[in-house]
Design a protein around this ligand. Structure first.
Ligand code: ADP
Ligand code: MG
Length: 266
């Protein structure tokens, strides 16, 4: 796999201290129900972030806010120093970006893979390259082949999703995200829909992605994997971030709720 430089080029680079993702005061409601309450989260380039907490606590909505699948009602969503959300009142002079520009920077992998059933693996990976990056058919296929090789599935390029195991389908979905060469990849419970014996191959692929220095935000209840990759660990409940911590968090978290939750899932 390609290795990415994890920091900006020189100390004089203005972006050196800019978090790759910065959420401040993000609120989100569906109808009358407020599901995110003032989410603040800063993610550094190259960091591997684990987001965990009970079902319905807002983890998916946080991920979906980061790529505007769910638009924040208020608050700031900055990626690479550019504002994509409503912004904060009184904060002037911040460059604003559009949805397509954001989609080039932020890739996503879903629990249910979301592959097109009528396209082979190669075209599933290649289609977004044509739509998002405007590549021609052959260029997209070449880039898709490189990404499939990265996840160890080049030999399955011509297979349709129904001809692949769930683990292989999820690896195709990871290849699809990688091929776009994003700054960040969001993973929303990527192994939760898999039979237990298929979880390992997907975690292995995610480990390889992590080793390239890719910034990753992962919602998972695979606590063993979380302990292994989590540089920053975020526990959510009821639409709020309750507690965050660095490596070692799972042994040392201080809130009763996080400890209780971990006891239940570990
Ligand atoms: N599109 C939606 N419309 C209405 N309610 C939603 C929608 N998406 C999520 N919710 C609600 O928002 C809350 C948080 O959901 P979600 O972010 O999916 O939680 P988690 O991923 O932690 O299980 C839940 O109560 C859920 O029912
Ligand atoms: Mg969810």
């Amino acid at each position: 796999m390609r290795t990415r430089s994890s920091a900006a080029a020189s100390p004089t680079d203005a972006l050196v201290d800019t978090p790759i993702i910065r959420l401040r005061g993000v609120n989100k409601s569906f109808g009358k129900t407020q599901v995110l309450h003032g989410i603040d989260l800063e993610i550094e380039r190259g960091q591997h972030v684990v987001l965990f907490g009970p079902s319905g606590s807002g983890k998916s909505t946080v991920l979906r806010s980061i790529n505007l699948l769910a638009e924040p009602d208020s608050g700031s969503l900055q990626v690479d120093g550019v504002e994509y959300g409503p912004g904060l009142p009184g904060e002037a002079g911040v460059r604003r970006g559009g949805r397509l520009a954001l989609r080039r920077k932020v890739g996503m992998v879903f629990q249910q893979f979301n592959l097109f059933p009528h396209l082979c693996a190669l075209d599933n990976v290649g289609l977004p390259l044509r739509k998002v990056h405007g590549m021609g058919r052959q260029q997209a296929r070449d880039a898709a082949a490189v990404a499939l090789r990265q996840v160890g599935l080049l030999d399955r390029a011509g297979n349709y999703p129904a001809e692949l195991s769930g683990g292989q389908q999820q690896r195709v979905a990871i290849a699809r995200a990688l091929a776009l060469e994003p700054e960040v990849i969001l993973f929303d419970e990527p192994t939760s829909a898999l039979d237990p014996e298929l979880v390992g191959e997907v975690l292995k692929t995610m480990r390889l992605v992590a080793e390239t220095g890719m910034t990753m935000v992962v919602v998972t209840h695979e606590i063993g994997f979380a302990k292994e990759i989590g540089d920053l660990n975020v526990f959510m409940e009821d639409g709020r971030i309750v507690e965050t911590g660095p490596r070692g968090f799972y042994e040392n978290c201080s809130s009763d709720r996080a400890r209780e939750f971990l006891r239940a899932v570990m």
